[in-house]
Design a protein around this ligand. Structure first.
Ligand code: NAG
Length: 524
C-alpha cells in the first residue's frame, strides 16, 4: 500500500526543460516567479499598513489591552438597591431584572448610575449628600414630594372626580354631619395616615374627635363569583414641569377578596378589603378557564368576563386614564415646588406608583389609594413572577435605565445619544416654523414658535429628546399625560390662553400633537 499523495518511485520524472522547451524558458519562468513575488510582497506591505492604521484608530477610541478586562468591568452600569430586610426577598424580581440588563450592585457612596430605594429616600439624612449633588445621568426611583400624590389624607380630601367624598377631621366635622344627614343610608370608612385598619361603620359609631379622615363607602361593588375585588394600575411619572405620565397598558393587578361579600358583615374585613393574601384570578371559578387554559392576561380575562355579562369594559379603562391624569395634574404644582426648592436638576427622578380602584355594579370607578413602592413580590402568588418582572423591565426601559448600550449611563453624551435621537427627530410643525409668524428670532416669545429649531432652549431640547427616547423605549407603557389623541384631534389645538394647562404642559402637549400628525404611532 502506498500513501495516496506520494509519487510512486518507479515512475520517471520528466526534466522540466524537456516539458517547456529549453534553457530560455527556464529563465522566463524564473522572471515570472520573481515578478509575482515582488507583487505579493508589495501587497503584503500595503495590507500590513492598512491593518496598522485600523488598529491605531481603534486604539484611540477604544483602548484595548489594558481596557479589555479592567475598563470593561468599570464600564458596567451600577445600581444601588435599598430597602429594609432585603434578605426576606420582596425585591428579588428587581434584583433579577437589574442583573439581567447588565448592572452591577453598588453602594450609595460609590459612583452609581441608578438608585432603587424601596423607602422614600429624600428624608434619610445619610443619603442627602448623594441625592443633592447628582450628576445629570444619575437616576432615583422616586420624586421629591411624591407623598403629595400617595398620602391617603391629602389624596382623599382633594376635590377630584372618581374619589369618594371624604372629610378631614376634626376640621370638617360640621360639613360631614350635614352631608350625612342628607345621605342617611351611607356607610363610612374611617382612616388615618398611619394605620391601615380600615373598617366601615354607620356615622353614629365613628370617633369624630381625633386626627383622621372619614370617607364614603362605595356600596354596590361589582362582584365576580360573589367576591369584591380591586384593580391596580402601574403608573409612571417620568417628568414634571412638563408632565409626562404613562400607564402600564398590557396588564393590571386584580385582587379578589378572600371571602364572599354576602351576607355582608362590617366586622369581617376579608369580605370587603383586599390584603396581601388576596384570591388571584386563577382561583376564581368564572375566570380560571380563560386565564389558565386559554392563557389570556389578567386584564383580557377580566375584559372577556365583563363582556360576557353584557357590560362594556372599555369605559373602565377610559375612566382610569382620565382619573390618573386628573390626580397628577392636580398635584403637579406641589411636586414642582418640592423639586425646585431642593434639587438643581429636574431630570434625575422617575417613579412608579400603583393606583388602586374599586368598581361598582354600573362600572363606575373609585380611586381608593395610590401606593408608593407597590409590592412587586410574587411570594404568595408565584404565577405573577412573569408579570412583575415584565413590568419592572418595561419601567427601566421607559426611563432609559435598561438600554441597548451596555455601559455606564454617563457614556459619551454626544455620539451615544445621537445614535438614539438626533436634533432633527424632535422638529415638528414645519409650516408654522417657516411662516412669517415664527421666522425671525424675535418671534421666539410667541408660544407656538417656542419649539421651532431656531427658538428651542437647551432645556426644551432636553425635554423633547427625553420624550422622544421614552416613546421609542416605552414597550407596554402608554401615555396618560399629555393626553392621548387621534390624528384628527391633533390638528385642532386649543391656544394656550384658552387652555387650563401650564405653559410647559401646553408645549409638551402641542409637541405630541405635532409628532402625531407626522406619524399616528405618536398619538398614544
Ligand atoms: C409583599 O407581598 C408579599 C406577599 O406576596 C408579602 O409576603 C410581603 O411581606 C410584601 N412586602 C411588603 C414590603 O409589603
Amino acid at each position: 500500500m502506498r500513501a495516496p499523495w506520494t509519487r510512486p518511485s518507479n515512475v520517471p520524472v520528466p526534466p522540466l526543460s524537456r516539458v517547456t522547451g529549453g534553457k530560455i524558458s527556464v529563465i522566463n519562468i524564473v522572471a515570472v516567479v520573481l515578478f509575482f513575488g515582488i507583487c505579493l510582497t508589495a501587497l503584503n506591505v500595503y495590507e500590513l499598513r492598512r491593518m496598522q492604521n485600523d488598529h491605531m484608530s481603534l486604539h484611540r477610541d477604544w483602548p484595548a489591552a489594558e481596557g479589555r478586562t479592567d475598563k470593561g468591568v468599570k464600564d458596567r452600569p451600577i445600581a444601588v438597591i435599598r430597602g429594609k430586610r432585603l434578605e426576606s426577598g420582596y425585591l428579588n424580581h428587581v434584583f433579577a431584572v437589574f442583573k439581567r440588563i447588565g448592572y452591577e450592585r453598588g453602594l450609595p457612596e460609590s459612583s452609581w448610575d441608578v438608585m432603587w430605594s424601596h423607602d422614600y429616600p429624600f428624608a434619610d439624612p445619610k443619603l442627602t449628600p448623594y441625592l443633592r449633588n447628582m450628576k445629570p445621568h444619575q437616576k432615583v426611583n422616586h420624586w421629591p414630594g411624591s407623598g403629595f400624590i400617595t398620602n391617603k389624607m391629602s389624596l382623599a380630601t382633594s376635590d377630584i372626580h372618581f374619589i369618594p367624598k371624604a372629610f378631614s377631621l376634626p376640621r370638617k366635622k360640621d360639613e360631614l354631619l350635614k352631608h350625612a344627614e342628607s345621605n342617611p343610608e351611607k356607610m363610612w370608612v374611617q382612616k388615618n395616615n398611619n394605620h391601615r385598619g380600615i373598617r366601615i361603620r354607620p356615622l353614629d359609631q365613628l370617633d369624630l374627635t381625633g386626627e383622621s379622615f372619614v370617607q364614603e363607602y362605595v356600596d354596590k361593588p361589582l362582584l365576580i363569583d360573589g367576591r369584591k375585588f380591586d384593580i391596580g394600575i402601574y403608573t409612571v411619572v417620568t417628568s414634571i414641569d412638563p408632565l409626562r405620565v404613562y400607564m402600564y397598558e398590557e396588564e393590571v393587578l386584580f385582587r379578589y377578596c378572600p371571602k364572599d361579600y354576602h351576607p355582608f358583615d362590617p366586622n369581617d374585613v376579608d369580605k370587603y378589603v383586599v390584603g396581601d393574601d388576596y384570591t388571584p384570578t386563577w382561583k376564581m371559578p368564572s375566570l380560571k378557564e380563560t386565564y389558565n387554559r386559554l392563557q389570556y392576561s389578567h386584564k383580557e380575562t377580566w375584559n372577556y368576563y365583563v363582556r360576557s355579562i353584557g357590560k362594556d369594559p372599555s369605559t373602565v379603562w377610559r375612566d382610569v386614564k382620565a382619573s390618573l391624569r386628573e390626580v397628577v395634574l392636580a398635584k403637579e404644582p406641589q411636586l414642582v415646588d418640592a423639586l425646585h426648592s431642593k434639587y438643581k436638576s429636574v431630570r434625575n427622578f422617575f417613579e412608579m406608583v400603583r393606583f388602586d380602584f374599586v368598581i361598582d355594579e354600573d362600572l363606575n370607578i373609585f380611586l381608593m389609594e395610590v401606593n408608593m413602592s407597590p409590592n412587586l413580590s410574587s411570594a404568595h402568588t408565584p404565577p405573577n413572577k412573569g408579570m412583575y418582572e415584565q413590568i419592572i423591565f418595561n419601567l427601566l426601559s421607559l426611563v432609559g435605565v435598561a438600554r441597548a448600550i451596555p455601559t455606564s449611563l454617563e457614556g459619551s453624551p454626544e455620539d451615544q445619544n445621537d445614535m438614539v435621537v438626533l436634533d432633527r427627530d424632535i422638529q415638528v410643525y414645519s409650516d408654522v416654523c417657516n411662516s412669517e409668524t415664527c421666522r425671525s428670532t424675535t418671534s421666539c416669545t410667541n408660544t407656538i414658535c417656542k419649539l421651532c429649531g431656531h427658538c428651542l432652549t437647551p432645556d426644551w431640547r432636553d425635554h423633547l429628546k427625553s420624550a422622544f427616547m421614552e416613546h421609542v423605549s416605552r414597550r407596554n407603557f402608554r401615555r396618560v399625560c399629555p393626553v392621548q389623541i387621534t390624528q384628527e384631534e391633533a390638528a385642532h389645538t386649543t391656544a394656550l390662553s384658552e387652555s387650563d394647562l401650564s405653559e410647559a404642559n401646553w408645549l409638551m402637549d402641542y409637541w405630541y400633537r405635532g409628532k402625531c400628525l407626522q406619524d399616528p404611532a405618536w398619538c398614544t
